[in-house]
Each structure stands twice: as structure tokens, then as C-alpha cells.
Design a protein around this ligand. Structure first.
Ligand SMILES: *Cc1c(COP(=O)(O)O)cnc(C)c1O
Length: 399
């Protein structure tokens, strides 16, 4: 398919003129409609990362965090690829609509809803076997939803041991849990916490979590699977692996910190790429400008530039012009001027070395450009990179 598109394009462009002889403002029109940027998903890498995590955690079950459109890879894509693996216990999302979308797509494994919900969502969740994460006194509400359908209501209780976000404060958790267990239809399938990722304080958080467990277990209260470890803890805190781990980023093959990559505790391979095709190539005469506010000016000489039809609304960070480069035909070119909503501009140099239709790789493991490096090159956070990929971009799963 790639070959045929290439040959089509060279025919289309050849009909106008060869790139070397293109005048400054020439246009070669292609009737191929696939100029939309796209996301590639490397299935084998995703599966390999899950195996790496399995080794690291001595085969403990993995609750796969696939919130925010599967970190950009595509919610249902990721769930379908992971569901057959025995290592995958289930899935965790934050938005109610994502939980529903998983069931609509036929995903059968447990789904944990880590985000808030109202009463009508709760009734739907019970029917669709979506487990809520609970940290407020909603026992009566859940019990009512369960009993009206004759269904048990499995839940995970979220304990705030110091992150100060959601979760019942650890000092009030025992009372809430006792109350929740007094309802007939409620089943506590798990208790969970989130680290603040401060090396010293994490220890204290884990101690609080374990103290709570001990106290409740002495009362004979079963707390289900205990889980705390996100990607960060997979690297830093083997003592927090407990009964299950809860990674996101590491599964997608991305090191959340550069030091984790150097430490080589796990060999992670990025499972997500962003690509686009050159939409336009032109020469700027010396003194001409590119971008809003004329932010880029061809100061010294004439320069060839290429426009990519990918912008910040697609997930390309605005800061990409502060040092990031894209690869076209094997060469790296800097992003220049400004990233607008749907476009970005690449500086090619004194020669027109690229053509309309050429593939531009923003980041792709196969080309040796990891999302971590792309983010680092322009001072972006890698968490802002993949999770901001526009859900409407096509996802091409490479198998
Ligand atoms: C997002 C999230 C995770 C996964 O975090 P990563 O850093 O991507 O591994 C785990 N737990 C909770 C509660 C989360 O919101």
C-alpha cells in the first residue's frame, strides 16, 4: 500500500514538475484523501511491555489503566489487544463514558471506574458490570441500585494516604469501610491508593495503607485485592506491588522518567507513533516569513520549508518549535515558526529534499525516535504528548 501510494504521488507530482524545478509557490495536487495525520499502534510492543511488567512484578495480575483513550492509542484498540492476555486482570478508566464504551465494544473483563458518578450512572454501571471506585458514603445508593436489579455491586475503595486528591482520608477509611460492608449487595473487591511519587513520603503512604489493612483484617473485614503501584512504583517501589499493579504509561512502552530508562529495570518499547504526510513544499525567499506574527524569517538565504497538516489540535504540542525535529525520508528537520491548530512547518534547508506526500514521522520507535525524546527535545511532558493525541485521528494497528 505504501509503495502504491508513493508511486501514485510521484506520478501526480511528476505531472506538474519535478521537485527540483518547482517554482517558489508551486502546488502539486493529490487526489489521495489520506493526508490526515495518523497514530500507529505497535501491538507487539504493547504485548511485550506487559510481559516485561509481568516479570518485574513476579506475575502479579495487572489492572491495565487505559483511561483517556488508552493514553492516545485508542481505548477499544488497547482493550481488545490486552483482554486475551491472562496477565490482564481487567481495565481501569476515569470517565464513565469510557467504561460504557468498553462494554459496548464487547469487553468482558472487569472494568474499574476510577472517576466520579451520579445516581443514574450508578444504576447503569451496576447493570453493565462496571465497578465503581468508592470513597464517600454512597453505600445506600449502591445497595439500592444493586437490589433493584438483584445484582451484587463489586467496588474498590480508594484510600487517600497523602496524595490529597480523591480517596477517603486514611484516618477516616476504617469507618467508611465498616459502613460499606454493612450493605448486603456490596462486595469489596479491592482497596487502592495512589502515591505522591515523593520517594520519602511514599514510604509513609504505604505504611498508612498497610496499617489500615491490618486493623480491618483483624476485625475480619475482607478488603479484596490491594493495589497501589502505577508505572512510577514499578520502577521505584517493589514493596508496593501488593496483590496487583496498576500501570498506564509503562504498558505503552514509555519511561515516565529518563532515569528509569537508564536503570534498565524493564525493557519498554513504545507502542505509539504519530505520523503525517507533507502537505506542501515551498521556497521562502530571503526576508520572507512563515507563521503567525511572522515569527520565522528566512534571514540569510532562500530556504525550503514544508507544511505538515498536523497541529496542536491533533496533539502536537505548541512547544514543539522549541527544539523538536521530525524525520522525513530518513533526515531530521526542525519544526519552526509556530504550531497552529492544524498545521506545522518544517525547515528543510537550501535544497528541496522532500516532496508532497512524503511521510513525516513526529515520533516512532521504529525510526529510533521515542516519544520521551520528542517530549524532552522541546521541554514538553511525555504525559501531555500521547494523552493529547486527538481521538479523531485514525489509529493504524501494526501487527
Ligand atoms: C493514571 C493512573 C494510573 C496509571 O499511572 P501511570 O503513571 O500512567 O502508570 C494509576 N492509578 C491511577 C489512580 C491513575 O489515575
Amino acid at each position: 500500500m505504501k509503495a502504491s501510494r508513493r508511486s501514485f504521488l510521484s506520478v501526480a507530482i511528476g505531472a506538474v514538475a519535478l521537485p527540483g524545478s518547482l517554482p517558489a509557490h508551486s502546488v502539486a495536487v493529490s487526489h489521495d484523501s489520506s493526508f490526515d495525520p495518523w497514530v500507529e499502534v505497535h501491538r507487539d510492543n504493547l504485548l511485550s511491555n506487559v510481559r516485561e511488567i509481568g516479570k518485574r512484578v513476579s506475575a502479579r495480575p495487572v489492572l491495565a489503566v487505559i483511561k483517556n483513550n488508552g493514553y492516545g492509542l485508542g481505548l477499544v484498540n488497547v482493550a481488545r489487544m490486552l483482554e486475551p492476555l491472562s496477565a490482564i486482570e481487567g481495565f481501569a478508566v476515569v470517565k464513565f463514558q469510557e467504561a460504557i464504551a468498553l462494554r459496548d465494544a464487547g469487553i468482558k473483563k472487569p472494568v474499574l471506574l476510577m472517576g466520579p458518578f451520579g445516581e443514574s450512572e450508578m444504576r447503569e454501571a451496576v447493570v453493565r458490570r462496571i465497578m465503581p471506585m468508592v470513597y464517600t458514603p454512597v453505600g445506600a445508593l449502591l445497595d439500592r441500585a444493586g437490589r433493584s436489579r438483584g445484582l451484587a455491586v463489586p467496588i474498590h475503595v480508594c484510600i487517600d494516604t497523602g496524595i490529597g486528591r480523591v480517596g477517603v482520608p486514611h484516618s477516616e477509611a476504617a469507618a467508611l469501610i465498616r459502613q460499606l460492608t454493612s450493605y448486603k449487595s456490596i462486595r469489596i473487591k479491592g482497596t487502592m491508593m495512589t502515591f505522591s511519587e515523593d520517594a520519602e513520603f511514599d514510604k509513609e503512604q504505604l505504611r498508612r495503607f498497610q496499617l489500615l489493612h491490618r486493623a480491618l483484617e483483624e476485625e475480619g473485614i475482607a478488603l479484596g485485592r490491594k493495589h497501589a503501584a502505577s508505572s512510577f512504583a514499578l520502577f521505584q517501589r517493589p514493596d508496593s506491588f501488593l496483590d496487583m499493579v496498576r500501570p498506564g504509561m509503562a504498558m505503552y512502552g514509555i519511561y515516565s522518567e529518563q532515569e528509569f530508562r537508564r536503570a534498565a529495570v524493564m525493557d519498554l518499547k513504545p507502542a505509539v507513533s504519530l505520523k503525517a504526510r507533507v502537505a506542501y513544499v515551498k521556497r521562502l525567499r530571503k526576508g520572507e516569513s512563515a507563521g503567525y506574527n511572522r515569527v520565522y524569517i528566512a534571514k540569510k538565504d532562500d530556504v525550503w520549508i514544508a507544511t505538515l497538516p498536523v497541529g496542536h489540535s491533533d496533539g502536537l504540542p505548541r512547544v514543539a518549535v522549541k527544539g523538536a525535529r521530525v524525520r522525513i525520508n530518513g533526515n531530521l528537520y526542525p519544526l519552526i515558526a509556530s504550531v497552529s491548530a492544524s498545521h506545522s512547518i518544517v525547515e528543510i534547508g537550501p535544497e528541496p529534499l522532500v516532496m508532497i506526500g512524503d511521510v513525516a514521522t513526529i515520533f516512532d520507535w521504529l525510526d529510533g525516535s521515542r516519544p520521551e525524546d520528542f517530549a524532552a527535545s522541546c521541554g514538553a511532558s511525555v504525559y501531555d504528548l500521547t494523552m493529547h493525541l486527538n481521538p479523531l485521528l485514525p489509529r493504524r494497528v501494526i501487527v
